[in-house]
Design a protein. Structure first.
Length: 399
């Protein structure tokens, strides 16, 4: 299959980048100049959303039915989101053989901004999928793509992956590999050979491979990833087909509706009785849930929420606190003149980092903006080395 990828950067000031996919031809690198209209007509177009701005998880929820899932998923992810539930757009994927449900969360503001850029580029109908899920994947391996503008996308499973900025990639990769269950045997890099050789000593416990762009990006992988697209470009066609079906069956449906009205009087009393019992049971379940979890703010589906709370008591879940801290501090730190990260240690919610910078005052000035983001930064030590300052800092989330 041939087609085109358009990659949306995490930084809104960076340009869109385009890449052609073709299993039977050499694939050029990402290009800034958009292809001409004739070239775009040669196959489908997929838009890739930056993984570092998304949350991908597979949930085990004891609920059935689409409407129940739509209600339960936002509150199952509530503790993993940095903002309010109402600020996020959720996509629910197909239930897997083990009962797991892949879900995707993205800030509504991000989705609107990405869609506006695609419309401006004439690609408003392109499905918007997580960039990591567009990478080829095989069991027992992770696929790593080192993208332009310093972005990194990592696919770790059929419906899982993560992304980050290049300065924190190596430290974050080591942490993710240490916590992975099961651990991958191979790491497949979509990168130049020099970039892979530079990381080989740090990843000596894994088999390292290099993937060509033709192997890394293919239409079959992308067709599967559309199941978690942030919007569905085919909604209009589905609505038309449904209208045609209704037009054909309108008289049988009208008779069925008339029979339903007549039969409703016979079962009304039973429905009323069952509704009262349901309301009574729902009240009892909510009371039981609040008795055991008094800190709960909203109760939407007591059985699903209680199951989620019990899982949290049995094991740690959700977004790692380390990722939250790195997400807050990585931007300000990488903006320092002469910045370099020498070491990173994390334990019990406290992140200690050894950094080098040409401006110690600028480093200490970051305390105020980080405090506004509910993160405390303190300097443990500082020393001069080769015209720069090497400092150890302590970073932790404020209560």
């Amino acid at each position: 299959m041939t087609g085109w990828l358009v990659r949306l950067p995490a930084d809104d000031t960076a340009p869109l980048r385009w890449r052609r996919i073709d299993a039977h031809a050499a694939i050029p690198d990402w290009q800034v100049e958009p292809p001409d209209v004739a070239a775009l007509g040669s196959g489908p177009v997929w838009a890739l959303a930056p993984t570092s701005r998304l949350l991908l998880q597979t949930l085990q929820l004891p609920v059935r039915g689409r409407s129940a899932l739509v209600q339960a998923v936002p509150y199952a992810l509530e503790e993993s989101l940095p903002g309010e539930v109402e600020e996020y757009h959720f996509v629910i994927g197909p239930r897997q053989g083990d009962g797991g449900i892949p879900v995707l969360a993205a800030a509504r503001a991000d989705v609107a901004r990405w869609r506006a850029r695609l419309i401006q580029a004439g690609m408003g109908a392109a499905p918007l999928v997580p960039a990591c899920l567009a990478l080829a994947w095989e069991p027992g391996s992770w696929t790593v793509a080192l993208e332009p503008e310093g972005e990194v996308n990592v696919r770790t499973g059929p419906w899982s992956g993560w992304g980050c900025e290049r300065p924190v990639f190596e430290a974050l990769l080591r942490r993710m590999l240490a916590d992975a269950a099961p651990r991958p045997q191979r790491l497949r890099f979509v990168a130049e050979g020099a970039a892979l050789r530079a990381r080989a000593p740090l990843l000596a416990d894994w088999t390292l491979e290099t993937l060509s762009p033709a192997q890394a990006w293919d239409g079959q992988t992308l067709d599967a990833a559309v199941s978690l697209a942030l919007d569905d470009a085919s909604t209009g066609r589905g609505s038309t087909a449904l209208g045609d079906l209704f037009q054909r069956w309108r008289w049988p449906l009208a008779l069925l509706a008339l029979w339903g009205v007549l039969a409703g009087g016979l079962v009304g009393y039973r429905v009323h009785t069952l509704e009262r019992e349901r309301a009574l049971l729902a009240g009892q379940m909510e009371t039981l849930y609040r008795d055991h979890f008094p800190e709960a703010r909203r109760v939407v589906d007591p059985p699903a929420q209680m199951a989620q709370q019990l899982r949290r008591l049995r094991q740690s879940s959700g977004v790692d606190p380390l990722l939250r801290l790195l997400g807050v501090v990585s931007g300000p730190l990488t903006g320092l003149p002469g910045y370099a990260l020498d070491d990173l240690r994390y334990q019990d919610g406290v992140l200690e980092m050894a950094v080098r910078t040409a401006d110690l005052a600028a480093l200490e000035a970051l305390s105020a903006p980080l405090s506004e983001a509910r993160v405390r930064m303190s300097r443990l030590s500082a020393s001069a080395e080769n015209g720069a300052t090497r400092a150890r800092i302590r970073v932790e989330a404020l209560p």
